[in-house]
Ligand binder design. Structure first.
Ligand SMILES: Nc1ncnc2c1ncn2[C@@H]1O[C@H](COP(=O)(O)OP(=O)(O)O)[C@@H](O)[C@H]1O
Ligand SMILES: N[C@@H](CC(=O)OP(=O)(O)O)C(=O)O
Length: 501
């Protein structure tokens, strides 16, 4: 008779770990946080690529640099040295695991080392073949970038297995069905549903006690994940995994206690927020504070998953809960009333589907809050275009936006009048430097009218749901800026009215 195992009905928790947390705090993650949650939950781990010190010097950034080398035949040596650096960083991580294991698990670590080496060798030959041809398609670039998450998952699986946790690596780099005729995938509801089903199928094939360790990269997406979703895509993968499992909570583990009223590195007096809405979190990220990837919001809202931002260094903290906002609902509630579970200590009292308790609660104190948070973005280029007055205003605007589209330039803020448009752009560098990007932009926009450019500007954004109904908030913002001697060049209020920039 087959042995029937008891059904494991612990609720799922999905934990996403960013590159710097994995690079600096791997033992804390694999020896303390994950085992603690496994006592009461089934856990899925979603990993970004490892960054030893900071994201700008991490594996993904190095891989992007390697991609740049491909188009220049003279940079073969540099290319090889980048991949060697990546390999060494991962070998170092395995060496640290060996030291913590006191000579145990030799076979496990040897295999991990071999797997890392194989990935890097394959990558080198892929890149060197591309260098011979002198080009790399967006899809091939994605193939290169996906190596980062594969490598980090190899390390995390080895770390967990060395502690007796049955971790299994799940690569999502081939879960998107190819499109036959289309040149790009439409990232719509149907697309995301197909991804969540694929993830569910992959996870269902694992043993019941398995701890899946999922690559933050998923693909292949046409034209490419980097082009469509951009950096920080691991948050989205984790959101899709949580929806596919009906997870109790999606946890985004970082090196900060949660979401603050401002970047705590820049503003020491910033306060930790107990809750924010999904929209506020997305706006904060878009305007300079890396909180959650904006694409996460729609996925978790539809899937009804609660999101919590937590600190790897202080895992007992409550973190910040991100809730979907509910139109027209104004409820005063305390954290306790609203089933806000408190991190590692009380986890079992959350609502079944993770959000919106029956009383319509959508986060403690939200109805009392004035602006929720501030953020800023530097190195902004301001472009003013004055129409040459020969075209009607809509023709002029269409011309300007078509030009931006052709140049792949995204404006963070836009204001317009009948005959002029002001644009604030944060990303004018297409790989050949900011000045080259500005020159290209000006040349193209001069066909629409007179163009003026101002460099070295900053966008300051005040974000909060409550602002929608507050009279006088804009006046307060501008008089505060004036008292700090700040000259305002452009004012924007998002259509959602939760952001004044
Ligand atoms: N409002 C904010 N709340 C929290 N962190 C913020 C905020 N604005 C900017 N930050 C910065 O975002 C970073 C997020 O933490 P980090 O662990 O580096 O993220 P990741 O794991 O995604 O790389 C912190 O360094 C923090 O200073
Ligand atoms: N590794 C990718 C994706 C990602 O999600 O990163 P992180 O979670 O460390 O922000 C990047 O650097 O963009």
């Amino acid at each position: 008779m087959p042995l029937l195992l008891p059904q494991d009905d612990r609720p799922w928790i999905v934990q996403k770990y960013g590159g710097t947390s994995l690079g600096k705090l791997l033992p804390q993650i694999t020896e303390t946080i994950i085992p603690s949650y496994l006592e009461t939950n089934k856990v899925v781990v979603v990993c970004s690529a490892i960054s030893g010190t900071e994201k700008a010097k991490g594996t993904t950034s190095l891989l992007l640099k390697a991609i740049e080398c491909v188009i220049a035949p003279s940079r073969q040596a540099e290319l090889n040295s980048i991949i060697n650096t990546i390999q060494d960083e991962h070998f170092k991580a395995i060496k640290a695991l060996r030291l913590r294991s006191d000579g145990g698990h030799e076979k496990l670590f040897n295999q991990a080392e071999k797997d890392v080496q194989n990935e890097c060798t394959e990558l080198k030959s892929f890149l060197s073949a591309a260098q011979t041809i002198g080009e790399l398609s967006p899809r091939s670039k994605d193939r290169v970038v996906s190596t980062g998450e594969k490598l980090s998952c190899l390390i995390v699986v080895a770390a967990l297995r060395s502690k007796g946790i049955p971790a299994h690596l799940i690569s999502l780099s081939n879960i998107v069905p190819p499109t036959t005729k289309q040149t790009r995938h439409s990232l719509n509801v149907a697309f995301f549903s197909s991804i969540t089903s694929q993830i569910r199928i992959l996870l269902a094939s694992l043993p019941q006690d398995a701890v899946p360790v999922i690559t933050g990269f998923f693909g292949p997406i046409l034209p490419s994940l980097l082009q469509t979703i951009g950096r920080g895509y691991t948050d989205l993968t984790a959101a899709l995994a949580s929806v596919s499992l009906g997870a109790e909570e999606l946890q985004i583990w970082k090196e900060v206690d949660g979401i603050f009223t401002a970047d705590p590195r820049k503003v020491p007096s910033a306060r930790l927020l107990e809750t924010v809405t999904l929209e506020e979190a997305s706006e904060l990220t878009f305007f300079g504070s890396e909180v959650i990837h904006p694409a996460v919001a729609e996925v978790v809202r539809r899937g009804g998953v609660r999101v919590r931002v937590l600190n790897v260094k202080f895992p007992n903290g409550k973190g910040t809960v991100i809730w979907p906002s509910v139109e027209g609902v104004v409820v005063e509630a305390s954290a306790e009333d609203g089933n806000v579970s408190s991190g590692m200590t009380t986890r079992s009292n959350s609502p079944a589907n993770g959000f919106m308790a029956a009383n319509g609660y959508y986060g403690a104190n939200q109805s009392r809050r004035a602006p929720t948070a501030l953020t800023s973005k530097d190195a902004i280029v301001l472009v003013n275009i004055q129409s040459s007055r020969q075209t009607k205003s809509h023709g002029f605007l269409a011309h300007v936006f078509n030009t931006l589209d052709q140049l792949n330039a995204v404006a963070d803020l836009i204001t317009s009048s009948e005959q002029s448009v002001s644009l604030a752009l944060s990303n004018v560098d297409s790989g050949d430097g900011v000045e080259a990007g500005i020159k290209r932009l000006v040349q193209a926009l001069e066909k629409c009218g007179k163009v003026e450019v101002q460099r070295g500007m900053a966008i300051v954004s005040v974000i909060g749901h409550k602002m929608r109904n507050m009279v006088g908030i804009a006046g307060q913002i501008f008089s505060t800026l004036a008292s700090g001697g700040v000259n305002i060049y452009l004012i924007g209020q998002g259509a959602s009215e939760i952001n004044i920039s």
